[in-house]
Each structure stands twice: as structure tokens, then as C-alpha cells.
Design a protein around this ligand. Structure first.
Ligand SMILES: [Zn+2]
Length: 122
């Protein structure tokens, strides 16, 4: 009977060890996924400024880039037009459907003192 108790204790220790290793691997996986997203976007995330639902790139010296970056995957976003008017920016990321109304971008530019997108035309 004591053999079974010892066996059970060893098994429980092994389970505990595996649970810890699993938690460590899950944390590693998460940080690696973030790193991959950062490298794929070609932009160090440290330079991105949180503008609410999206990001703006810090150009240094207090300037911000006019290109919005996706609030989900941090890829650069591209303008989409209706006639000649930009209506929204969409994420350029393959598997990402994030879209940003043009109005939101203009509001953020005003808030952060960015001159405005070239697409403005005025
Ligand atoms: Zn995205």
C-alpha cells in the first residue's frame, strides 16, 4: 500500500512540475507572438503612441507620423476613398479587419497637434 502512496506522491509532483512548465511556456509563447507582430509590422512598438482606438508613430522630437497604425495588430493602415474623399483607414494586415473612420483620425490629429494627412487635400 505504501508503494501506491509513494507512486501517487511522485505522480502529483510530476503534475505540479508540468503545470509550472506549461505556465512558463504559455508566457514565452505570448511574448514571442508580440515580438513577431512587432517585427512583421516593421515598426518598433516602442515608437507607437496610443491614440485611443489606434496608434500614431512617434517620429522623435515631438512629431507624430500621419499614418495611423492598427489598434489591433499595429500594422500601418491605408486610406480608402469614396469618390475623392477618404472615408476610412483600413488595416493593411492580412487577417485583420480593423477600420478607422476618417473623422476619428482627423479628431486625433487635432488632439495631438498633427498637421493632417496628405489625403486631406485642403
Ligand atoms: Zn490590424
Amino acid at each position: 500500500m505504501s508503494f501506491l502512496v509513494e507512486q501517487l506522491e511522485r505522480t502529483l509532483q510530476e503534475v505540479e512540475r508540468l503545470e509550472k512548465e506549461n505556465a512558463r511556456l504559455a508566457a514565452d509563447k505570448e511574448s514571442l507572438a508580440a515580438k513577431v507582430a512587432e517585427l512583421e509590422s516593421g515598426v518598433p512598438h516602442d515608437n507607437l503612441v496610443d491614440a485611443g482606438r489606434f496608434f500614431l508613430k512617434n517620429l522623435g522630437g515631438g512629431g507624430l507620423d500621419e499614418v495611423p497604425y492598427c489598434g489591433v495588430c499595429k500594422s500601418p493602415m491605408k486610406p480608402h476613398y469614396c469618390s475623392d474623399d477618404p472615408i476610412e483607414f483600413r488595416c493593411a494586415g492580412e487577417a485583420c479587419n480593423f477600420a478607422l473612420p476618417y473623422r476619428d483620425l482627423v479628431n486625433a490629429f487635432q488632439k495631438y497637434g498633427v498637421k493632417g494627412p496628405a489625403a486631406d487635400g485642403s
